[in-house]
Ligand binder design. Sequence first.
Ligand code: SF4
Length: 327
Amino acid sequence: MSREPILSVEDLHVWFDLSGGSELHAVQGVSFDLRPGERMGLVGESGCGKTTTILAMMGLLPSSASVAGSVSLDGENIMARGEDTVSPHRWKDIAMVFQGAMNAFNPVKTIGSQIVEPMELHGTATGKAARGQTRELLELVGISGDRVNNYPHEFSGGMRQRAAIALALACEPRVLLADEPTTALDVMVQAQILELLVRLTRDLGLSMILVTHDLPVVAQVCDRAAVMYAGEIVEMGAMSTIYHDPRHPYTRMLFGATPDLLGDADVISIPGAPPRLDREIVGCPFAPRCDSAFAPCATVAPRRMETSPGHEAVCHLNDHVVAKEPA
Ligand code: SF4
């Protein structure tokens, strides 16, 4: 695997204007690299900023959002001039599988015609060639090409999710952003969709960011994980390192808060709720919910420390670590 990142997100911030003149700081300085062929999990509870992060990367946030920072593809900042510089890459280089497959499709158009659309829009294929590629894409995700003229409501939930993945692959992107791709599917279908994503990334050489609240799923699918809380990445590193040596209590509690793929474990949620992001936070944002909080946590914001090569966490428990802070 090449060590040069295909995609670099640097100091990404997103604010939303709220009525009454206040602002919600939904993403607060997120930075990470994604390497060719790598699968990275972006994980955290609802409202932690993970979906906002990938929508910002796609240039798909509503007009009430303000965005700062950079998203570089092969070293070129595709956010440099907003829509002008993002749109040529959207779907063609970076594509997204949306949360809830039904949302990806127009109910009154056939699945096939909707997969052809981005090909024709970007000029990657037209006419008969595009229709042929659509059949191949459906076969690739495990759907008979003969179903190309079916409407979304004629597919089961699992088939719609497979078709949504085929749609995202229509222009042969290099980076796939998958936002909770298994939500609302039963456990066996979830496992099949995750297996499909792993096979596709491996066979097509795709890089993928898997957005999910389910850390054990990330552990099964991804090479690396970035754990988000209150708009920030609070822990990031190789999946095996995070699994065996989590350095943030939130990560540890997330491992215990979600069921495994077979649903054998009980679901235990983390007590309390994430902080409001339209208010100033003093100290560690996780302090009110943390089972390891101690004196400085309520008043001093923890720093990002590299606890071992490539493994970083934002928690006072690592203050003793004599390690360089990441640049
Ligand atoms: Fe818990 Fe303190 Fe670490 Fe925050 S800084 S996660 S409150 S131990």
